[in-house]
Every structure is written in structure tokens, then in C-alpha cells.
Write a protein that binds this ligand. Structure first.
Ligand SMILES: Nc1ncnc2c1ncn2[C@@H]1O[C@H](COP(=O)(O)OP(=O)(O)OP(=O)(O)O)[C@@H](O)[C@H]1O
Length: 284
């Protein structure tokens, strides 16, 4: 099927990209997951990655952040290909992104502040009291009360845990934020509040956000463009409006089926409590 130019997964060479994937091939044993996959993510955009279950969304994310080794192809993040970097350069690059994994994955034996300090301990050499101060700033930044810093994950609601995990992903002031199913398991109000927070953070901190989700409301509420993964590659990437015009069975079913139409109709309302607007200087 021919992809229209407006839905090409690659962008013109003069566009400032944060992530560039070319000719990616991945697999496990006899199973091929991606084959000749290309994708560009513009600096400063929120891009959503969708696709049927098992199409390889998480594997793609894991390749981009270096947790899986591709069989072929190149991946550049912020203009650097981690595969060509030495250990010191690779570490410097890894510092520039934050990741919120599917399950949130906070350490249950650590408080929220201690969780946020884990990447600080790994990458920065800071005195403890300064790390505590930074951790509190991150807690406030994601709209949690400062008291949440000394709580354990089990003492928080699901929505608060997601925010705490987001605070940890932001610990090192990343340029790129990877979110894997960030609203999974949240009620619609908490999910809408989280969507709102992601947009506010992107706008405030000039982040590039790479977001995997099955949540159509999240796609509508947050994403500038959406990339569709099918048959091992990105078959289309563009605005939801443009994708709705794309004559592909899965894309049509996804965006123009009953749930897709409902998401358009019900565009989630912002939360009753406004999300705190973090200032850039607060996190400088
Ligand atoms: N470490 C691994 N070893 C072997 N197979 C794997 C591994 N990780 C993922 N896979 C396989 O790769 C395929 C893609 O998995 P992935 O988790 O990326 O799918 P997904 O699109 O994120 O799915 P979902 O939407 O259900 O989360 C699946 O068939 C999965 O079983």
C-alpha cells in the first residue's frame, strides 16, 4: 500500500529531528519483529506510537534507548548513534533521556524521593541534601504534594505512582522523554490529568516526547503526530486528521471505528484541579 507523502515516517533532511531510525531490523530467534523500519521524530513534538498488540512498539522503544540490539539499521538520538559511541559518550547520551516504563517500575522499598534520586546517584555526583532538594522539585513539578516525597509507592494511588515514576524519568532534566503506556490502569479523570501534565511539561521544558499508548483519548489530547506500526514497519506517521484519511484497514478501524469516533466526540476535559505550571527556572 502506498503511503501518501504527508504520512511519510521520514521527514525532510532540513527538519530538526530528535530521533532518526533507518532500516531497523529486529527479531528474536526465528521471529522477525521489525524489518526496514524508518522513523523520524521532530525535536519538541509529542509523537504517539500505535499498533496492534505484539507489533513491536515496546521493542522499538527498547532499541532506541539501547536495551535491545538491532540486527540491522541505525538509530540516532539527538544526532548521536549510540552504537558508534564509546562508554563515556554513551553514558553522556543516556543522561539526556528519561523513561517511564509500562508498569511505572518504582522500587517498592524506596521512598518517592529515593526513587527519584536513583538516576541522580548513577549519573551525578551531588551531596545528599542537594539531591533531596532536587527530588522535592521534581515531585512538585509533576503536581504531587511535597509530602509525597517521603512516602513509599504502596502508600500512593495509581495516578500518584505514575506521577512519581514520571518525576524519576525527569530526574536528570532530559531532552527526550519516553513513555510506555503511561495512562494504562488509570481512571479517565486521572488519565486526562496525566495527559494534561505531559503537554504542560513538554511546553515548559521543551521536551521531545515519544509515547506508546493504546489510549485513543491520550492520542487526541496530547500527540502532535501519531506513527502506526504494522507488518514490521511504520506504515504511516502524521496527524490524527491525516491518518483518518489513510485508506488502510487497521488505521481505518482504529481511528474511524466506534472507539475512534467516540474519542473525537468526547475529547477529554481538563481536570477540575489545574495542573501546576512548573517554571523552567525551578528546574534549571
Ligand atoms: N526479550 C524477548 N524475547 C523474545 N521475544 C520477545 C522479547 N521481547 C519481546 N518479544 C516479542 O516481540 C514481539 C513484540 O513485543 P512488544 O512487547 O514490542 O509488542 P507491543 O507492540 O509493545 O505489544 P503490546 O501492545 O501488547 O504491549 C512479541 O511477539 C513479543 O513476544
Amino acid at each position: 500500500m502506498q503511503t501518501p507523502a504527508a504520512l511519510s515516517p521520514t521527514l525532510p533532511s532540513d527538519v530538526d529531528v530528535a530521533i532518526r531510525v533507518r532500516g531497523l531490523e529486529t527479531g528474536f530467534g526465528a521471529q522477525t519483529i521489525h524489518k526496514d523500519l524508518d522513523l523520524d521524530v521532530r525535536r519538541g513534538e509529542i509523537i504517539g506510537l500505535v499498533g496492534g498488540s505484539g507489533t513491536g512498539k515496546s521493542v522499538l522503544l527498547r532499541c532506541i534507548i539501547g536495551l535491545e540490539t538491532p540486527r540491522a539499521g541505525t538509530i540516532e538520538v539527538l544526532g548521536r548513534d549510540a552504537a558508534t559511541l564509546d562508554a563515556v559518550e554513551g553514558r553522556a547520551l543516556r543522561r539526556r533521556w528519561g523513561v517511564l516504563f509500562q508498569e511505572g517500575a518504582l522500587f517498592s522499598a524506596l521512598t518517592v524521593a529515593e526513587n527519584i534520586e536513583v538516576p541522580m546517584r548513577e549519573f551525578l555526583d551531588l551531596p545528599l541534601d542537594l539531591m533531596d532538594e532536587f527530588a522535592k522539585l521534581k515531585v512538585r513539578m509533576v503536581g504531587l504534594p511535597e509530602e509525597a516525597a517521603c512516602k513509599f509507592p504502596s502508600e500512593l494511588s495509581g495516578g500518584m505512582r505514575k506521577r512519581a515514576a514520571l518525576a524519576r524519568a525527569l530526574a536528570l532534566d532530559p531532552l527526550v522523554l519516553f513513555l510506555d503506556e503511561p495512562t494504562a490502569g488509570l481512571d479517565p479523570i486521572a488519565a486526562a490529568a496525566f495527559d494534561d501534565l505531559v503537554r504542560v511539561l513538554r511546553d515548559t521544558l521543551d521536551l521531545t516526547v515519544f509515547l506508546i499508548t493504546h489510549d485513543l483519548d491520550t492520542l487526541h489530547a496530547t500527540c502532535d503526530r501519531v506513527a502506526v506500526l504494522s507488518d514490521g514497519l511504520v506504515i504511516a506517521c502524521g496527524t490524527i486528521e491525516a491518518l483518518r484519511e489513510f485508506d488502510h484497514p487497521w488505521v481505518q478501524e482504529y481511528f474511524s471505528g466506534p472507539r475512534g469516533r467516540a474519542a473525537v466526540r468526547s475529547q477529554r476535559k481538563p481536570p477540575a484541579q489545574p495542573t501546576p505550571q512548573p517554571s523552567k527556572t525551578e528546574f534549571a
